[in-house]
Design a protein around this ligand. Structure first.
Ligand code: NI
Length: 400
């Protein structure tokens, strides 16, 4: 039995595409989302929503009084506002107008779909057995992430939010597919910074110095043994160094070289072990070469795991409007991190992924690529999926 929400969402397709393109053209970096905040606020207020500022550059939007439904449970739908420091390589009419900044993680689409879901839910008015809020959260891309700040501000608790749903676009799967995963979906994502401290000197007299560059290079290679040799082969884990900084001139051996990188894991044991192993290996290599290291561990987002019971319930709710072939159960987790994990640590809900791949249209590039794009025909699908999730949760919660 169709709830009609997908059909209603399809009717909004043109509006959603236009909204996504407007957002795409004016991307802003984490915690700088002032223009995005203002733009969304105007759009939401024009649609009858009331907005409250959260986490400085974010918004919490409450539906119009006429569409608040009956007194009852409240569910939140969440999107992120921030873009990435990437120079867009796509030649499209709605290309980023801000040099070096790009919505390369699909957050423009996430905002659009949450906005669309809000319109769908608002149109249900009295038939909604509870209410909802739209959460536009800033700074998902920079740890510790805007989610932590939203929770610390207590605005969700104040609004009586009892469950939360969100989604992320995925160019690995065909446009319009909805990807569900029971249990671990996204990895715990932490960072580290390692500074090798040797003894600076003249590049022509290496025997009089302790070359931090060579020692750092050995450490980079040595750390590869963590995943290859120390980690249980059946456990996922990643140790990546994304940045190396050191030196001032070709003929000077620098005293310090800094390596910084990312750690990904799914189990809490692995999450605890990775930084211990890094410290141990780096300290060993450095001391063997007469240098020392300073190690800094920067904890980030916890792993994101979906409650299997919530996914079962969602799959059933989505089956009302979607073909079974459109709903795909993911058998493996992914190593991307997501600060939505913080919400699921304190309240029920789920995080979905939405296929946006379109091979014929050349939309195949992964998120964080300068060529990332998404198939816009998925926008109504995502909006409908979020609205169906919210409505199903409220219906079940009000009945229970
Ligand atoms: Ni993202």
């Amino acid at each position: 039995m169709s709830t009609g929400l997908l059909a209603r969402a399809q009717a909004l397709a043109g509006e959603l595409t236009a909204l996504r393109r407007s957002l795409h053209q004016e991307p802003e970096l984490s915690y700088q989302e002032r223009d995005t905040q203002l733009f969304l606020r105007q759009r939401l207020e024009a649609a009858g929503f009331t907005c409250r500022v959260v986490a400085d550059t974010g918004l919490l939007a409450f539906p119009p009084a006429t569409a608040r439904g009956r007194a009852g449970p409240v569910v939140a739908l969440r999107a992120e506002l921030d873009a990435l420091p990437i120079h867009e390589a796509n030649e499209v009419s709605y290309r980023s107008r801000r040099d070096g900044v790009m919505h390369a993680c699909g957050h423009d689409a996430h905002m659009t779909m949450v906005f669309g879901a809000g319109q769908l839910l608002a149109s249900l008015a009295e038939s909604l057995p509870g209410s909802f809020v739209l959460l536009f959260q800033p700074a998902e891309e920079v740890p510790p992430g805007g989610a932590r700040r939203v929770l610390d501000e207590g605005v969700l608790a104040e609004a009586g939010v009892e469950a939360i749903f969100g989604l992320h676009v995925d160019t690995r799967y065909p446009s319009g597919s909805i990807l569900l995963r029971k249990g671990p979906l996204m990895a715990a994502s932490d960072r580290f910074r390692l500074t090798v401290i040797g003894k600076g000197g003249h590049a022509g007299y290496p025997h009089l110095a302790v070359d931090a560059v060579v020692i750092a290079a050995q450490i980079v290679l040595g750390l590869q043994a963590i995943v290859a040799r120390r980690l249980d082969p059946m456990e996922p884990g990643v140790v990546s160094i994304g940045r190396i900084e050191g030196g001032t001139a070709d003929n000077i051996l620098p005293e310090r070289v800094t390596l910084s990188g990312t750690l990904r894991s799914h189990s809490s044991d692995v999450r605890r072990q990775l930084p211990e192993w890094i410290r141990e290996i780096a300290t060993g290599i450095a001391s063997g070469a007469g240098a020392r290291v300073e190690f800094e561990y920067l904890p980030g987002h916890p792993g994101l795991s979906n409650d299997p019971a919530v996914i079962d319930f969602l799959a059933e709710a989505l089956a009302s409007d979607f073909d079974t072939g459109q709903i795909i159960e993911l058998t493996r987790p992914i190593m991307g991190g997501e600060d939505f994990a913080h919400y699921l640590e304190v309240m029920p809900g789920a995080f979905l992924r939405l296929g946006v791949r379109n091979e014929a249209g050349g939309i195949v590039h992964p998120i964080h690529s300068p060529r990332f794009n998404l198939d816009e025909s998925a926008l109504p699908v995502g909006a409908a999926a979020l609205a169906i999730a919210a409505r199903a949760w409220l219906t079940r919660s009000a009945a229970g």
